[in-house]
Design a protein around this ligand. Structure first.
Ligand code: NAD
Length: 537
């Protein structure tokens, strides 16, 4: 029997609260009589009330705040809304609105959600981790806030990113909310505006760097290994050199990955696989040119090398089919300003401009990851159309305003021939009476399924093979209808099913590769399905 105070507490316990959906019997059992209005409604009616409320809000950030308060009040209703209306709600709880939410994070802070570590916690991270109330954390998303989306250093305000990504883990792959831990490694900020802002809630000093920085991250990783040895760590929105340094340090030893590098790679590779169903160019023959040579583009290239090698190419041959142009022009061997991750793609070739390089190399696919709008000009698209019956154009930069070109431009400048995909959503385009559906290379298609597969199999680490498996699986979810509309990705509304398929194949591959520590369930599909959190009451 529940005590009176326990009954009242249920209403403020987001995990168990059903609010006006508590039935008459439950109200009696939990001592809730008198605490709620008379009507006992279904969860469907509650969902409708939330969706109506969202429509009444005049800005996306207000919608974000409404949903965030709902999350604090009634977890299952929040996830029911997100899963059922994923196409409408994902751009609110994640990109692009989450960018604004991060900028305003300190101003809007109401209730804690996640864990904050600062340099003052050095030597005590493992101890304070015990303050987190959950024993079964399985997925951790961590950022240091230094490169939040395309918005730069947002310090501790970047916490909106781990929170948003973990909401997608729960909504898209059915990870249980209590298994998720958002972490902010608040090592300071070099953003003077934040340091000068009296409302800024983060560690109000410049960023620690070098050895001091890497020691703190290491202490965090070790503390997690000790308290939650089965947990997956997803690194998110670190500055590119730190992102690579951390990934290279931990990827073989710890169950972890970097979504900006590896998640992006898997989702882009999936789009590349799907594009060959339209262009009929054999995958192993594809020549790809990247505009931008940072973490996103290089991550895609590195995974493409692994994919080419699976098709029989040597590493050298694979690398020779991938070309990069960055802010200083074509990436070639003679340049002395390249970072280590660029070197495998610095070919022995004369230096030239982007447009000259398109004429010279004649790539099948152009992938933009510059963060700079307008870099795929009319001339660029026309040149791609000259060399390809169906040029494939990925304008991956986020948010929508930063895309290298718009969907409309790609269709118009290629006379309807381009196969276009972007990082942020573009609405369908009607060009000369034909409706084209731009694909969105949203990382949310892959990271939740990869994470679910990894924790189901209790994988030791996540090698390239698992990202390849995820990319292949996602590309197989693209239907003939999608292909006919020129879309390289399946509909977002079915994302839970796509995540399920990815999780099964990733887990299966982990068992095959003998990196799974758990026992393989005899019916893996059923096991994964049963594991998934269902937000229905
Ligand atoms: P980064 O800072 O590591 O790299 C940017 C690169 O672009 C650098 O190599 C720089 O030299 C180059 N560049 C800048 N201006 C240029 C110009 N005018 N011409 C040619 N090259 C130019 O950034 P990143 O992490 O690689 O992210 C790049 C973009 O990709 C961001 O906008 C990000 O939002 C987007 N992204 C998209 C997805 C996705 O769609 N799924 C995933 C991750 C990142």
């Amino acid at each position: 029997m529940y005590s009176r105070s326990q009954g009242f507490e249920i209403l403020s316990d987001a995990r168990h609260n059903k609010s006006v959906a508590f039935s008459r019997q439950e109200r009696e059992l939990f001592n809730l009589r008198g605490l709620l209005p008379y009507s006992s409604v279904t969860q469907d009616v509650q969902v409708k009330r939330i969706m109506d409320g969202l429509k009444r809000k005049s800005s996306d950030i207000e919608k974000y705040l409404l949903l965030s308060l709902l999350h604090d009040r009634n977890e299952r209703l929040f996830y029911r809304v997100v899963t059922e209306y994923v196409e409408e709600v994902m751009p609110i709880i994640y990109t692009p609105t989450v960018g604004q939410a991060c900028k305003e994070f300190s101003n809007n802070f109401k209730r804690t959600r996640g864990f904050y570590i600062t340099p003052e916690d050095k030597g005590e991270i493992r101890k304070i981790l015990d303050n987190w109330p959950e024993d079964y954390v399985k997925v951790i998303v961590v950022t240091d806030g230094e490169r939040i989306l395309g918005l730069g250093d947002l310090g501790a305000n970047g916490m909106g990113i781990p929170i948003g990504k973990l909401e997608l883990y729960c909504a898209c792959a059915g990870i249980h909310p209590y298994e998720c831990l958002p972490v902010m490694l608040d090592v300071g900020t070099n953003n003077q505006e934040l340091l000068d802002d009296i409302l800024y809630l983060g560690y109000p000093f410049n960023r620690i760097k070098g050895e001091e920085y890497f020691e703190l991250v290491d202490e965090f990783v070790m503390a997690i290994q000790d308290k939650y040895p089965k947990a997956l760590i997803q690194f998110e929105d670190f500055l590119t050199p730190n992102a690579y340094a951390l990934l290279n340090k931990y990827k073989d030893k710890v169950l972890c990955f970097n979504d900006d590098i590896q998640g992006t790679a898997a989702v882009a590779l999936s789009g590349v696989y799907a594009s060959t169903r339209i262009t009929n160019v054999a995958f192993k023959d594809l020549k790809v040119m990247f505009l931008g040579a940072g973490s996103a583009a290089t991550g895609i290239a590195d995974l493409m090398v692994a994919a080419y090698m699976k098709e029989g190419l040597t590493k050298k041959q694979a690398e020779s089919q991938l070309w990069f142009v960055d802010v200083n022009g074509l990436v070639v061997e003679s340049r002395d300003d390249l970072m280590e991750h660029n070197l495998p793609y610095a070919h022995l070739h004369p230096q030239m401009s982007f447009e000259e390089a398109i004429d010279d190399i004649q790539p099948h696919i152009l992938i933009g990851a510059t963060g700079v709008a307008g870099t795929f000009t009319q001339t660029v698209i026309e040149k791609m159309t000259k060399y390809n019956e169906r040029p494939v154009i990925f304008a991956l930069s986020n948010p929508t305003s930063k895309a290298e070109c718009t969907a409309e431009q790609a269709y118009e400048w290629s006379n309807g021939k381009a196969i276009f995909a972007s990082g942020s959503p573009f609405a369908p385009v009607n060009y000369k009476g034909t409706e084209y559906r731009p694909g969105q290379g949203n990382n949310a298609y892959v990271f939740p399924g990869i994470g679910l597969g990894a924790i189901i199999s209790n994988a030791k680490n996540i090698p390239d093979e698992l990202f390849l498996e995820a990319a292949k699986t996602l590309s197989e979810q693209v239907t003939e209808d999608d292909i006919n509309a020129g879309a390289l990705y399946p509909k977002l509304s079915e994302i839970r099913n796509h995540s399920l398929e990815i999780a099964i194949r990733v887990a299966d591959a982990a068992f095959e590769l003998k990196i799974a520590k758990g026992h393989k369930p005899h019916n893996l599909r059923k096991f994964v399905k049963d594991y998934m959190f269902d937000p229905k009451y």
